[in-house]
Design a protein around this ligand. Structure first.
Ligand SMILES: Nc1ncnc2c1ncn2[C@@H]1O[C@H](COP(=O)(O)OP(=O)(O)OP(=O)(O)O)[C@@H](O)[C@H]1O
Length: 722
């Protein structure tokens, strides 16, 4: 990057927050400044000079009114740490301190105003005589040594010792380096020092001993969040919200850039940047490819609007060159392609599960077999026989039926096997099949292909496979994916959160030939939503346990947000008509949603239709969310819970959160006859509500009428406004 006489200039994430607050033309001036500086820092127009009293800090002229503050890392390497009004650079110089964090090895620059001391570039250890902690100090129970072990910035210790309430803590966090904020918030929330170390600090700790004076080494560590890439910088200057393109959290960056000896899985609660990590991973993998015109990387997800969104974001992130090497396709479409390639199912139409259950019903009626419920047989066929890609009666006799409840005798299995064969024939005669059948057929076809591919050295479909929303794939999908890529380094990168599982697919990846043991990690910092919304979302999950896709248990320990906002509004109304009035009133209070940043989520399609009609009658523009996303980008988006997977809104109303609707009344029928199924259905409905609640960035309102949903706990409901 540094040409002859030129310099490397990296922009520290901190500076970019200031840059984003500038006017458009001033941002343009920053861009020009960066280009000129990189070409020749000695350009007289830049007035580049060292600041008095510090060997590393420099100032330079960005525009008539603005100055840049630069930190010299060594050689020709500089960091842009601040862009300020010219008056402030000189007046406020004393406010800045910088250091290399001894735990992460990253460079931290911060504003010490809250301390009120002048300590540029000098790290003053706190003087206990001067800053004796007041009696009610928030962190009185945690020693300095422990705070430092957690990676809290040393120059902020005096200020931290003064904190006595959450508002002061929040104000400090706004300005503090991210790790300091994250660690303090977790401690404030009641976590122990060891827990915070494990969940927050360890994932970002440098893997080597840190030399606190070696700025050149520090500048390239993932813990120094910088951009050097011109395209990324320009995109960010044009589109201030695109920070994710540039500044990965060190925990995210490590996952993106690591070389894995086999399949890996990244978990994490909603909004922790799993999709962002998947996109950066794809870009990273493309950058390792030798030039070519093929598409050796598969990026797959569950539904069509998410696939479209991945395409748009990957284009923004990597441009046409990256996109050209990646096949982005939904998992079902991929399975369809495979069966078409294999010459199977020509001309067959896909039917949904409701229609398939109806076919079961008709078949059982024609056969006069009252012993089985259509619903039960469909689930057994879909989840066990097709789900595990069982191809013979003998395999079915031996199959495990995890989570299926009710035990089956050998005679039962024999009968069910014959019935499923009859149903399959019936569907074939009608020229239709289900997505599950397609997935199972694709897994078989792809495995046959892989057997041949293993003989030819390079016969696999893909070099790398990246999967988003992995919690919703079924075993047949995994078998297909496993067969698409050679079992070697960096083969599968799997991203998902089982707390957000909204389809009935439970798998143990290890049993499907995908061994993620020792290569599984979890992101814990939420970028999307506020602490207040997260707390309510987590409360909705109370009492359920979740798996880790590999036979173990998954937790959300350490899940946190640095964002802070209003508590969600909870409101019980008497009738559905009153609830609709309340929805309209709430939307009006929020003001017009012309940019599609507001959504209403409801449990049934009928309710969606009724709310859309009502909003239109009130002259509030509304768009229903279909399988390809909102039917138009502007207006209030309205959809059922299923449709909200992977989306994000500034403000959301969850309506109709009533007993009998969430969870659906129908599932109580299983409570006695099939408790395992009941538990699974309930967990799924809970996850659906959790997904919907965690789509909101800033504000959330939860409404119901009549009796509230049992998922709205007493603790939540005690704050309700009825
Ligand atoms: N490093 C980052 N810097 C800034 N913003 C980020 C970062 N990582 C993620 N985000 C933002 O956080 C939000 C959530 O990211 P993303 O959709 O990747 O999360 P997710 O874990 O896939 O969520 P979900 O599981 O709910 O679908 C997005 O708005 C994204 O731009």
């Amino acid at each position: 990057m540094a040409g002859q006489g030129g310099a490397t200039l990296r922009i520290l994430e901190r500076a970019d927050k200031e840059i984003m607050k500038l006017s458009r033309s001033d941002r343009g001036a920053v861009w020009e400044f960066v280009s000129k500086f990189r070409t020749n820092p000695g350009n007289p127009g830049l007035h580049f000079k060292q600041l008095k009293g510090d060997s590393r800090l420099f100032s330079a002229r960005v525009s008539a009114d603005h100055r840049a503050l630069l930190l010299h890392a060594g050689d020709h390497d500089y960091l842009l740490v601040s862009v300020k009004h010219r008056k402030d650079v000189y007046e406020d110089l004393d406010r800045y301190a910088y250091q290399i964090n001894r735990v992460t090895g990253g460079i931290e620059v911060f504003d010490l105003t809250p301390v009120g001391d002048s300590i540029v570039g000098r790290l003053l250890p706190p003087d206990p005589a001067v800053v004796a902690p007041p009696a009610a100090a928030l962190f009185a129970a945690v020693s300095d040594a422990d705070l430092l072990r957690l990676g809290v910035a040393e120059p902020l210790l005096p200020a931290i010792r003064q904190l006595t309430n959450e508002d002061e803590l929040q104000a400090l966090i706004e300005e503090a380096p991210a790790l300091t904020g994250e660690a303090l918030l977790q401690l404030f929330g009641g976590a122990s020092v060891d827990e915070v170390y494990e969940q927050v600090t360890f994932p970002v700790a440098a893997g080597e001993t840190v030399d606190p004076d070696d700025y050149l080494a520090a500048v390239t560590r993932p813990a120094t969040p910088v951009t050097t890439d011109d395209e990324a910088l320009q995109a960010m200057l044009d589109e201030p919200f695109a920070r994710w393109q540039v500044y990965l959290h060190p925990a995210q960056r490590k996952l993106v850039e690591r070389d894995y000896s086999g399949p890996t899985r990244v978990g994490g609660g909603p909004g922790t940047g799993k999709t962002i990590v998947a996109l950066h991973r794809v870009k990273h993998l493309v950058e390792q490819l030798e030039p070519g015109a093929d598409r050796p990387i598969l990026l797959t997800t569950f539904n069509r609007n998410l696939a479209a969104d991945l395409r748009t974001r990957l284009l923004t992130l990597g441009g046409e060159q990256v996109l050209a090497r990646v096949d982005i396709v939904t998992i079902d479409k991929l399975a369809s392609r495979v069966v078409t390639d294999a010459g199977m199912g020509t001309g067959r139409r896909v039917i949904d599960d409701d229609r398939a259950v109806q076919e079961w019903h008709d078949l059982l009626f024609e056969l006069g077999t009252p012993k089985w419920e259509p619903d039960f047989l469909h689930a057994e066929w879909s989840q066990v026989i097709l789900g595990q890609v069982l191809t013979s009666r003998a395999d079915y006799f031996r199959a495990r039926r995890p989570g299926r409840g009710r035990a089956l005798t050998r005679a039962d299995r024999d009968e069910i096997w014959q019935l499923t064969e009859r149903l399959a024939m019936r569907l074939e005669e009608k020229g239709v099949w289900t997505w599950r059948q397609i997935a199972a057929a694709a897994a078989r076809a792809e495995n046959a292909r892989a057997d041949q591919a293993a003989e030819a050295s390079d016969g696999y479909r893909y070099r790398h496979v990246v999967v988003d929303e992995a919690q919703d794939l079924n075993a047949a999908h995994w078998k297909m994916l496993r067969a698409m890529v050679a079992p070697t380094r960096n083969d599968l990168f799997i991203v998902g959160d089982t707390h957000q599982r909204i389809y009935d697919n439970y798998v143990t990846l290890g049993q499907l030939g995908i061994n993620i043991r020792g290569r599984s990690s979890r992101l814990t910092r939420c970028y999307r939503t506020t602490r207040e919304i997260l707390a309510s979302g987590l409360e909705l999950l109370t009492g359920e346990t979740y798996d880790d896709l590999d036979g173990g248990e998954e937790t959300l320990a350490g899940y946190r947000s640095l964002l802070h906002g209003d508590r969600p509004v909870l409101r019980g109304l008497r009738t559905w008509a009153e609830e609709r009035d309340a929805i309209v009133a709430h939307l009006r209070a929020w003001g017009p949603a012309l940019d599609g940043s507001i959504a209403v989520c409801l449990p049934t399609r009928e309710m969606v239709g009724e709310v859309v009609d009502r909003l239109r009658a009130e002259d509030i523009p509304a768009a229903e969310i279909g399988p390809d996303g909102p039917k138009q980008p502007d207006g209030v988006h309205v959809g059922t819970m299923h449709r909200f997977k992977g989306l994000e809104y500034q403000r959301m109303i969850l309506g109709g959160i009533c007993d009998g609707l969430v969870p659906r009344a129908g599932i109580t029928a299983y409570a006695d006859v099939d408790p395992v199924r009941f538990q699974r259905e309930r967990a799924r409905e809970r996850s659906r509500l959790f997904v919907a609640a965690t789509r909101a960035r800033d504000e959330l309102a939860v409404f119901w009428h009549g009796t509230r949903s049992p998922f709205v706990t007493d603790a939540l409901a005690s704050r309700a406004d009825t």
